[in-house]
Design a protein around this ligand. Structure first.
Ligand code: ASP
Ligand code: MG
Length: 420
């Protein structure tokens, strides 16, 4: 049993979806396909939610009509005959649900409305994809993932009830393979015990694939992306990036922690815990070897560079010059935890502590208010956090050239800098 995850970019156009056919038809079975919404559909749905919540009903309807047209044209491009008809009927039902949520939107909590509407993207894309594969001879069963992924009602960031979900996987997903060797379902979405739709956080499809893969004891989970694999730096920021052929889960979780947007951070744990390998492959060129992430990989890595922009450096200083001892530190940490502000890098001195955090004004302002009861707080805006794993001095000199360094830390394997 293996899992393939296809993101929005891999099915952005009918041509792209057609190009996935050989990948899927040659795959080892049984196969679970976990699929995102087409292209940037989730962003478009977010715009619809925003309009509907503001009571801009006309705008919301216009945007919905545009979204519907794109999906219907996509289906007409790729499907024909009975498959087209069946897909159109299914899409009508899904879009009707969207219309209903639209009518309700202004009277309901924003995050709740968001999840009821945004889940439509994945339901539509998988409907088209499932019919397309059936039409082309890749017989498959379509599954509404909301019937198996049970979550709490923390809308937009729902937490999965793993015990319930695992049971549902055994009872509802496994039997589907008796009839078909491929099952296709949605990433990113789930449902509460009252059958309200939920979402697991943006880009959450990787996580769905990992979670289901671990519950199914898959032999491998493959994420199909538009890059050739995991690179040692963000190619939008650096030239001459190097593709990493094999890498350990440990290394990837470090990269994700320091801010690399390679794979959704929640993806790693379920797979690592079961010892299931994760492959990253390129859907544009499936013959490329990609990257294999596994538990016991003992490779020599190139320097891995992670750049986290838009950071704020907070300096917290004791007002009366008392030392920042363990008890004071834990008071400061408690305030960060209370406001759910994650510390990306920190250093303490005699009477102060400096911490680099994401620039989220909505969280920082109340945090500072609380801190100021006991401490003086200074802030440096618009700084960057640069992390280099497996560094050498040459690469650090190159990266820091022309920048002013506000803070630095080095361990044997990791060097970190706050720069401007
Ligand atoms: N479609 C969702 C998003 O764009 C989930 C995903 O792509 O993983 O965030
Ligand atoms: Mg996506």
């Amino acid at each position: 049993m293996q899992v393939y995850k296809f993101g929005g970019a891999s099915i952005a156009t009918p041509e792209r979806m057609r190009a996935l056919l050989p990948i899927i038809s040659q795959a080892e079975r049984p196969l679970l396909l976990v699929v995102s919404a087409l292209g940037k559909t989730t962003n478009q749905l977010e715009a619809i939610v925003a309009a509907a919540a503001k009571g801009e009903v006309e705008e919301a309807r216009t945007l919905t009509a545009a979204l519907e047209t794109v999906h219907r044209q996509y289906a007409q491009d790729i499907l024909h005959g009975a498959h087209l008809q069946a897909a159109e009927e299914a899409m009508t039902l899904i879009l009707t649900e969207l219309e209903w949520s639209l009518d309700d939107a202004a009277h309901q909590a924003y995050d709740y409305v968001y999840d009821q509407m945004v889940c439509v993207g994945e339901l539509l894309s998988t409907t088209i994809f499932s019919h397309y594969l059936n039409q082309e001879g890749c017989q498959n069963a379509w599954l509404d993932v909301r019937d198996i992924i049970r979550t709490n009602s923390h809308y937009r960031d729902a937490q999965v009830d793993e015990a319930f979900t695992e049971k549902a996987v055994n009872e509802k997903l496994l039997p589907l393979w008796n009839a078909q060797s491929i099952v296709i379902t949605q990433g990113f979405i789930g449902a509460t015990d009252e059958n309200h739709s939920t979402t697991l956080g943006r880009e959450g499809s990787d996580y769905t694939a990992a979670l289901l893969g671990s519950m199914l004891n898959a032999t491998k989970v493959t994420i199909w992306k538009d890059v050739e694999g995991l690179l040692n730096a963000d190619p939008r920021l650096f030239d001459d990036t190097i593709k990493i052929p094999q890498i350990s889960y440990y290394e990837v979780i470090e990269m994700a922690y320091y801010g690399a947007q390679v794979i959704h951070p929640k993806t790693i744990k379920p797979l690592h815990n079961k010892g299931i390998p994760l492959a990253v492959k390129c859907f544009l060129n499936p013959s490329l070897e990609g990257t294999l992430i596994d538990v016991n990989i003992d490779a020599a890595y190139p320097p891995i560079i992670v750049c986290k922009k838009n950071q704020v450096l907070l300096e917290v200083i004791s007002k009366d010059y008392s030392f920042v001892t363990e008890d004071v530190l834990s008071q400061i940490y408690e305030l960060f935890a209370k406001h759910r502000v994650k510390i990306n890098m920190m250093q303490n001195a005699a009477i102060s502590l400096v911490a680099a955090i994401d620039n989220r004004q909505d969280k920082i302002a109340p945090l500072i208010n609380d801190l100021q009861i006991q401490f003086m707080v200074r802030r440096n805006e618009e700084v960057e956090l640069l992390t280099v794993r497996h560094y050498d001095e040459a690469i650090l000199n190159m990266l820091c050239a022309g920048k002013s360094i506000l803070l630095q830390q080095k361990t044997r394997k990791t060097a970190q800098f706050i720069v401007r």
